[in-house]
Structures are given as structure tokens and as C-alpha cells.
Write a protein that binds this ligand. Structure first.
Ligand SMILES: O=P(O)(O)OC[C@H]1O[C@H](O[C@H]2O[C@H](CO)[C@@H](O)[C@H](O)[C@H]2O)[C@H](O)[C@@H](O)[C@@H]1O
Ligand SMILES: O=c1ccn([C@@H]2O[C@H](COP(=O)(O)OP(=O)(O)O)[C@@H](O)[C@H]2O)c(=O)[nH]1
Length: 463
């Protein structure tokens, strides 16, 4: 069995006791790495100041070698805060108004990818299979090929891939697309992302759809397909079943005092539609005053990428809006919105999801949105809650039992909350059962196995 090499911007390194961070993606990839033996390489998340780090820092854990590198201050600024999170992220999430194109940042992004390739290449053996993750590392395969590597290299994009009209606004779109053609397998979250990718090749006349998932572009033939990422469904359901004993979850249950709980869980990110969601909740109460003091909306929103100016501004905007809505619709004995800026553990989240009558997941654009899937997996089969889900989350392509909403339509989203709260228990069970069966079948292990199967098996037309 070929050895596996995973490369991602962040690496879930085990702590000094060997305990790895929890989370579906980390667990699934670690399982695949343990089975085959391999390397997980990426950024340490730390800066080395002005000096370029000389070597990778290695840590062995069973069959897995974790290999991480620090980056200089300039590299972090230009590659991570700059091009990855101020160009690729907003463009792929259709926020052209927020994209900041700087030549320096673009050069920094390509430079760091070259640096990653130079550090990784000496560790690679001829039969290794390499799996690169996400938008931070699109040019990595091209850089590895430049060094002479002939290995199978796959790429999975965790975020949306935009339509050609949007992508061509990015000054280096040709370079980015050329970078993608150096992989043997491209994985997208949904069929829509795949269609957008194929649409760009056709529109710009730089590639062909050869059928059977094969494409050619820039003189290379590769496969591209949708592999919707899943969660550890069965394990998460079990965790939620036990989480009611957790002290935080017990306190939360006591404090909602029999009201219906609506829960939102998102990194503080403009793609998540949090301000529109607060508006929709306010509109729901204004339109349905009978629900005053009958519902509590809990919004858990850990800070994210705070060094990026747009994220810093978001922090202020969301906090102000939560305060404003509470002021507008709250009463002396009822605080409608509980807004929390800290991260919660998976255990506590699982218990809170199960406690909530509504999972309120309304991103303006999202690659997948694992919170939507976790909310479904956490429900009590006898009394499941209702998922109110944005049609613009990748998860909406699969979770057909959700109440799908357009998050830009405040009135429509408010109406969905009313519908969810009055839905019969029979309909709730039926909608939930369909979604849960799908999630059990399409869990994160299946996602991982499907991608690796297609990456390892050479297609007849492959290079
Ligand atoms: O590493 P950060 O900059 O702190 O950001 C956290 C992660 O956010 C993004 O998540 C995406 O992947 C999820 C799993 O496939 C998907 O459900 C979600 O829709 C995406 O937004 C990002 O893509 C990751 O690389 C970041 O680590
Ligand atoms: O306080 C928190 C908030 C979120 N999460 C987890 O972070 C992930 C968020 O993934 P999602 O795909 O929804 O969005 P992303 O943040 O990756 O864009 C989910 O597994 C959540 O359970 C967490 O562990 N604690």
C-alpha cells in the first residue's frame, strides 16, 4: 500500500501526551495516515520573525510523521493574511468588494508555496501519494513538479469554487488555473463547484471536458469530481447522546427555562451571514410577537483571522448588532440573543445542538458547513429539531430535509423560523430520518476513502 503524504496549511499536531485535536477531518486523515503510514506537513501556525526557518520540525506519532515549519512575519502577512485570506477567500465566497489585490501579497503566496515544496520534496519517496488541502496551497503541485516529482498528487478544495465571471476578476486567475492542472485529481465539495470549474475551462478556452470526469488543460490530463465532505456521524451522535450530563450543557438547559432554543455556531466570518441572521431573528419576533419570551437564540462565534482588517471590523459590527436587536426586542425579563465570542468544545457543542429546537445555519456562501451536519447528527431521534439552512451552503446539496432559505431574504428566513417552531413532530422525524440516513452513509471516512481510491487508481488517460 502506497504511503500517504497530507499537506495542509494547518496541521493538527498531537500535544505532548500524544492527544491529537478532535474534529472529523483530522480524525479521518489521521486514520488514513496511520493505516498506510505517512507524513502530515504544513505551517506550524507560528512566526520565525525575520529569519527563514532552516528545517522542518518533525514529530513521530505511531505511523505518522508530523512535519511543520514556521514562516517569517513577511510570509505570514503576504501568504496567509494577504493573498489566501484577502484575495482567494473573498473571491471564492463571491465578495469581490472585499478582495484586496496587492502584487506583493500575490508574490508572497507563490513564494511560500515554493518554500513548502522545497522543504517537502526531500521527504518524498517515488511511490508516495500526496494529498494537498485547500486554497492556501493551490500552486504546490506545480512547484513539486518543477523539482521533478512524478508522484500522484491530489487536491481537495474545502471552499466554494466560483463561476467564471467571478474568477476572472482576480488578476492571477490564469496562474491559479495553471496550478490546478498539475494535480492528478481535483476534488470539490459540490457538483456546482465542479460545474464552475469546468465552465471556466470552456469559457476561457484553456481546457476540455473529456467525459468520465477527465479534463485536459495546459497539456495535462487529470480527473475532477465532487467529494462532499462528511462528519464522523455515528461518533458525533453518540457524543451528543452523552453530552446532556456535561455541566455546561446542564447549565444551558436550566437557563433557557423551557423556552425553545435556536442555535447558531460559526467562526466570526463575513461569509457566514451572521448579521443577516440577526436581522431575520428580529423580524421573526416582530412578525410573531406571541414568541416574545418563548425563544432564546444562542449564537456561538469564536473569533477568527483577527489580523485581517475585514474580520476585525466584523467583530464590532456583529457585537453592535446583537446589542441593538436585544435592545429593540428584549424585555425586562427576557434577553433574546445570547452572543458568545469564545470557542466551545465539541462535547459542549454536541449537547447544545441536541438541546436546540432549531439549528440556524445561514451562510451567504460556504464550501460545505460542517455545523449543519453536526446539528443533524446530534438530534434525539424521538424529538429531533429542525435545520434551517442556507441554500448557499454546500451542505444544502445533500440535506434535503432542511428548511432551505435564501439568507439575503430576511422575511423568508424569518418565516422559516416560524415554520420550524410550528412543525409537527411527525414531519420533524421524517425530515430528520432522511438526513441522518444520508449522513450515516456519507460520513468522513467514506469521503476520505472515495478521494484516495480515485487518486491512487490511475485512469487510462492519466499522465
Ligand atoms: O485555518 P483558519 O484560517 O483559522 O480557518 C478555519 C478553516 O476554515 C475553512 O473551512 C472550510 O472547510 C470546511 C471543511 O471542509 C467546510 O465545511 C467549510 O465550508 C470551509 O469554509 C478553511 O477552508 C480551512 O482551510 C480552515 O482551516
Ligand atoms: O466554538 C466552536 C465553533 C465551531 N467549532 C467547530 O468548527 C467547525 C466549523 O466547520 P464549518 O465547516 O461549519 O465551518 P468553517 O469554520 O470550517 O468555515 C465545526 O466542526 C464545529 O463543530 C468548534 O469546535 N467550536
Amino acid at each position: 500500500m502506497a504511503r500517504l503524504v497530507v499537506v495542509s496549511n494547518r496541521v493538527p499536531i498531537p500535544d505532548k501526551d500524544g492527544v491529537a485535536p478532535a474534529g472529523g477531518l483530522a480524525v479521518a486523515l489521521q486514520a488514513a495516515l496511520q493505516e498506510r503510514g505517512g507524513i502530515w506537513m504544513g505551517w506550524s501556525g507560528k512566526s520565525s520573525g525575520s529569519r527563514e526557518p532552516e528545517r522542518l520540525s518533525l514529530r513521530q506519532q505511531g505511523n505518522i510523521t508530523y512535519a511543520v515549519t514556521d514562516l517569517t512575519d513577511t510570509d505570514v502577512e503576504e501568504y496567509y493574511h494577504g493573498f489566501a485570506n484577502r484575495v482567494l477567500w473573498p473571491v471564492c465566497h463571491y465578495r469581490l468588494d472585499l478582495a484586496e489585490y496587492g502584487r506583493k501579497e500575490m508574490a508572497g503566496y507563490f513564494r511560500v508555496n515554493r518554500f513548502f515544496a522545497q522543504r517537502l520534496a526531500p521527504l518524498i519517496e517515488p511511490d508516495d501519494v500526496i494529498w494537498v488541502h485547500d486554497y492556501h496551497l493551490i500552486p504546490l503541485a506545480a512547484e513539486l513538479r518543477r523539482i521533478g516529482l512524478k508522484n500522484r498528487i491530489g487536491f481537495f478544495l474545502h471552499i466554494p469554487w466560483p463561476s467564471a465571471d467571478v474568477l476572472v476578476t482576480m488578476p492571477v486567475h490564469e496562474e491559479i488555473m495553471r496550478g490546478l492542472s498539475h494535480y492528478d485529481l481535483l476534488g470539490f465539495q459540490t457538483d456546482h463547484d465542479l460545474q464552475n470549474f469546468a465552465g471556466y475551462l470552456a469559457r476561457e478556452g484553456i481546457g476540455n471536458d473529456l467525459g468520465d470526469g477527465l479534463f485536459d488543460s495546459h497539456g495535462r490530463t487529470f480527473k475532477a469530481a465532487a467529494y462532499p465532505i462528511g462528519i464522523e456521524t455515528a461518533a458525533f451522535a453518540e457524543l451528543a447522546g452523552k453530552a446532556s450530563a456535561n455541566i455546561m450543557v446542564r447549565k444551558a438547559r436550566q437557563s433557557v427555562e423551557g423556552r425553545d432554543l435556536i442555535i447558531g455556531v460559526d467562526r466570526l466570518d463575513y461569509s457566514k451571514g451572521i448579521t443577516q441572521r440577526l436581522d431575520a431573528f428580529e423580524r421573526f419576533i416582530t412578525n410573531n410577537p406571541a414568541y416574545q419570551n418563548k425563544v432564546t437564540y444562542l449564537q456561538i462565534t469564536p473569533k477568527s483571522r483577527s489580523e485581517v482588517p475585514e474580520y476585525e471590523q466584523m467583530q464590532r459590527m456583529v457585537a453592535e448588532q446583537a446589542g441593538r436587536v436585544n435592545g429593540a426586542i428584549g424585555t425586562v425579563d427576557w434577553v433574546p440573543i445570547r452572543y458568545i465570542n469564545r470557542s466551545s468544545s465539541r462535547n459542549v457543542l454536541a449537547g447544545l445542538y441536541r438541546l436546540a429546537t432549531i439549528g440556524f445555519v445561514t451562510p451567504l456562501r460556504d464550501g460545505m458547513n460542517l455545523v449543519a451536519k453536526e446539528y443533524v447528527a446530534a438530534q434525539d431521534p424521538d424529538r429531533p429539531g429542525v435545520l434551517v439552512l442556507s441554500r448557499f451552503a454546500g451542505a444544502a446539496r445533500e440535506l434535503k430535509g432542511a428548511l432551505l432559505v435564501n439568507p439575503y431574504d430576511v422575511e423568508g428566513t424569518a418565516n422559516a423560523l416560524a415554520k420550524a417552531l410550528t412543525m409537527s413532530i411527525e414531519e420533524r422525524r421524517e425530515r430528520w430520518r432522511g438526513m441522518m440516513d444520508h449522513l450515516l452513509e456519507h460520513d468522513v471516512s467514506r469521503w476520505c476513502n472515495d478521494f484516495l481510491r480515485d487518486l491512487i487508481v490511475k485512469t487510462p488517460a492519466a499522465n
